[in-house]
Design a protein around this ligand. Structure first.
Ligand code: ADP
Ligand code: MG
Length: 698
């Protein structure tokens, strides 16, 4: 778009300086461009009316036609409110209430007059009521060409200055009239053609004032596509730039890998593991630096993939590092990898904060000489004294715990050629989100569990059944198993939560006097935490009472029961992560979600989902739908998710098409300099000129 859309909003007829300032402050609307992208968040379907008798509290918003019969101001001072009665044609009644702007409503609401009211119906003492409904006098409806009337987001402050949704709609009408001749196409003719997209001009008109259902749908698709296309285009361009810059070692030799496959594998790789290894292998032979994210649910078998990748490096004379965020995790990785390495006689080491000075010296030397091919560790690996003969591969586990800066200290340990990078995470990020967040990384997914794995049995039990649950625990321990009992710890209510945890610990000890009980939580010193964990790992204690500190990575195959207290207070992804602590051994495992009787609708959905499925990606998708992407781990700071119209939870198919389109465009014309892409180039330039708000989508 050209400069027309950079025109300040105050120049629009009917806006003026005062409203302009409010629009800026309240809605971030500075320019014509900002306003035109203030898309309706829903529409009023003028054809759909409800009778009061048909209302149901699950309805979000409804439109009701009726006559106002009586209105009165009730209460005093701050409790003052205006109540009116609306009677529909059947004679059913509903109360309309205003707590704010009482005087104004008292003046403008006409008694004995027919209105269309719009709002959320709620029931109060068996009577229907609607607070602060939108009102329209019947017969007042304009004969607009639009069958759906736009409803715009606004704020209390704006409403106080009479900038309601309707007023914004009027501004929009005016704006569209003057803007129409200035709306340029922002996608290439080839894309418009290929994806049968509506023109930008028609899309903007129809998103605000749909002329038909078909046109509305086409407009919505076009604008979502465009939004996602430009995000992907940016991410992919960053990737190509980086790719072109960074060379990587070529790892073509695989003799030991072949031997390992032939003689030392104790199980068959799953198809997903094979596919992922192929993807990695392709990267490692391409001559460019690998930057890959490996996602896989807990227990999906990432360790063997990591090991084979490290083995490929070793086969080509390069060293590799696996870095974990905690000592416990580093230990577990080390144990897992060493089991494989030992079969091949490969020298693998471990370096953490608690490695003794004497041992450190040896490790340092062996790394410098190249005698040691693989090393597992924690932050201790980042220290400057740790130098390599030829570091060729860095694997980082649980990536969200490490800062970018920390990671780059690893990369720099090979001054000649930057090591390949594989980031592993067990936090299932929905594919749509991964594509957006990590658009500049390649993503591999292990989406299949090893065969023969027993599904964890998940049940929901109310607190009142605790005795039975404890009996079950006792039976399991008698069979030789171990048990986790996890308590929530939410920052805002920390004090209370610790009390819950301590009370829980005491009652568990009382209930199981014959067994040993460990406890870990975030207030313990790292050393004490490790000590308690180790006791549990060694089966010296049978029950582990803990907060979510045990969430990440801990692997105790003998633990087969996970009890989650106040399960309604955990997010879905977190519940799933916790459940992943069990089900790691040969035994049937159980996850028991404990709650009280009072549960919100969302809590119920979370619990039901957990009981129904073990699939981490399905769970992540539902979590995304329940919470929205902004809440998911590590995505808060990412402006990427600040979308105007597209919705990552719902628009995965469009995202995929947009990404493919962006990829195609860049393959054919990496610099976007050919004539058919001039619309795209011009749009990118116009996005970067205005840094105020349009930058949101650049
Ligand atoms: P995670 O992805 O959580 O790190 P692990 O790599 O620890 O999972 O694997 C979990 C368990 O499954 C380990 O005991 C591992 O040896 C085993 N495993 C991995 N891949 C397979 C497979 N293809 N078939 C059978 N067992 C496997
Ligand atoms: Mg693991």
């Amino acid at each position: 778009m050209n400069n027309f859309f950079h025109t300040k909003i105050e120049f629009l007829k009917g806006v003026g300086p005062q409203r302009a300032e409010l629009l800026q402050k309240e809605l971030n609307i500075y320019t014509y461009g900002d306003l035109i992208q203030h898309y309706p968040f829903r529409y009023l379907d003028r054809t759909q009316f409800y009778k009061i008798a048909e209302l149901d509290e699950s309805m979000p918003y409804v439109q009701v036609r009726g006559r106002v019969r009586g209105k009165e101001v009730l209460g005093e001072g701050r409790k003052q409110r205006l109540a009116a009665t609306l009677v529909d044609e059947d004679g059913s009644e509903m109360e309309l209430v205003w707590f704010k702007g009482v005087k104004w409503m008292q003046k403008t609401l006409k008694n004995h007059t027919d209105y269309i009211v719009f709002g959320k119906p709620t029931q109060f003492n068996g009577k229907w009521s609607m607070a602060h409904p939108e009102l329209e006098e019947q017969g007042e409806e304009k004969q607009t060409a639009s069958f759906l009337q736009p409803v715009y987001n606004t704020t209390e402050k704006l409403k106080a200055f009479r900038v309601e949704s309707k007023v914004i709609a009027r501004m929009m009408e005016l704006l569209l009239k003057v803007a129409e001749p200035n709306i340029h196409e922002t996608l290439s003719p080839e894309l418009i053609d290929h994806y049968r997209l509506m023109s930008k001009r028609d899309a903007l008109i129809n998103i605000h004032f749909p002329q038909s259902v078909e046109k509305y749908n086409a407009a919505k698709f076009r604008l979502k596509f465009e939004e996602l296309f430009y995000i992907q285009l940016r991410l992919l361009r960053q990737k190509t730039v980086r790719r072109a810059d960074l060379a990587g070692q070529v790892f073509r030799q695989v003799p030991t890998v072949t031997e390992f496959y032939k003689n030392h594998m104790t199980f068959d790789l799953t198809n997903a593991q094979k596919r992922v290894i192929k993807e990695i292998h392709k990267d490692l032979t391409a001559g460019k630096q690998m930057n890959r994210l490996l996602q896989g649910d807990v227990g999906s078998g990432k360790t063997i993939v990591a090991f084979i990748t490290m083995l490929i490096a070793a086969d080509n004379g390069a060293q590799s590092v696996l870095m974990a965020p905690t000592e416990i995790l580093a230990d577990q990785h080390y144990t897992g990898l060493k089991a494989f390495a030992d079969r091949l006689g490969i020298n693998i080491g471990k370096l953490t904060g608690s490695t003794k000075t004497k041992d450190r010296k040896v490790l340092h030397e062996q790394l410098r000489s190249g005698e040691m091919k693989m090393i597992v560790g924690t932050h201790a690996l980042l220290e400057d004294v740790v130098q390599f003969q030829n570091l060729g591969l860095c694997i980082v586990d649980e990536q969200h715990r490490f800062g970018v800066e920390q990671r780059s200290r690893l990369w720099r340990k090979n001054p000649r050629i930057i090591p390949h990078v594989l980031v592993m995470t067990a936090t299932p990020i929905p594919r749509t989100l991964a594509m957006t967040l990590y658009g500049d990384l390649d993503v591999s997914v292990i989406d299949e569990m090893p065969a023969g794995r027993k599904e964890i049995v998940t049940v929901h039990r109310f607190d009142s059944h605790r005795l039975k649950v404890f009996q079950f625990v006792r039976d399991q321990i008698k069979l030789g198993r171990q048990v986790y009992i996890v308590y929530p710890l939410i920052e805002e209510s920390e004090g209370m939560d610790y009390k819950d945890l301590m009370d829980g610990y005491e009652s568990v000890r009382r209930a199981f006097p014959e067994y040993q009980v460990s406890m870990v939580h975030g207030k313990l010193k790292a050393q004490d935490k490790d000590y308690e964990m180790q006791r549990f790992v060694k089966n010296e204690t049978q029950i582990m009472v803990a907060t979510t500190v045990i969430e990440v990575g801990v692997n105790v195959p003998n633990a087969s029961v996970m009890i989650i207290e106040s399960a309604e207070r955990f997010g879905l992804s977190q519940l799933h992560q916790l459940r992943g602590r069990v089900g790691r051994g040969a035994e049937q495992s159980y996850c028991i979600l404990m709650t009280g009787y009072k549960l919100s609708k969302d809590s119920k959905t979370r619990l039901e989902t957990m009981v129904r499925t073990n699939n981490g990606f399905e769970i992540a998708d539902i979590d995304l739908k329940l919470r929205g992407p902004g809440d998911l781990m590590g995505t808060q700071q990412s402006g990427v998710l600040d979308l105007l119209i597209a919705d990552l939870a719902k628009d995965a198919p469009i995202l995929q098409e947009a990404r493919a389109a962006a990829q195609r465009v860049l393959n054919e014309d990496p610099q976007l300099e050919q004539p058919q892409n001039q619309n795209i180039m011009r749009h990118i330039k116009s996005l970067s000129v205005n840094t105020v708000n349009w930058s949101r989508i650049s």
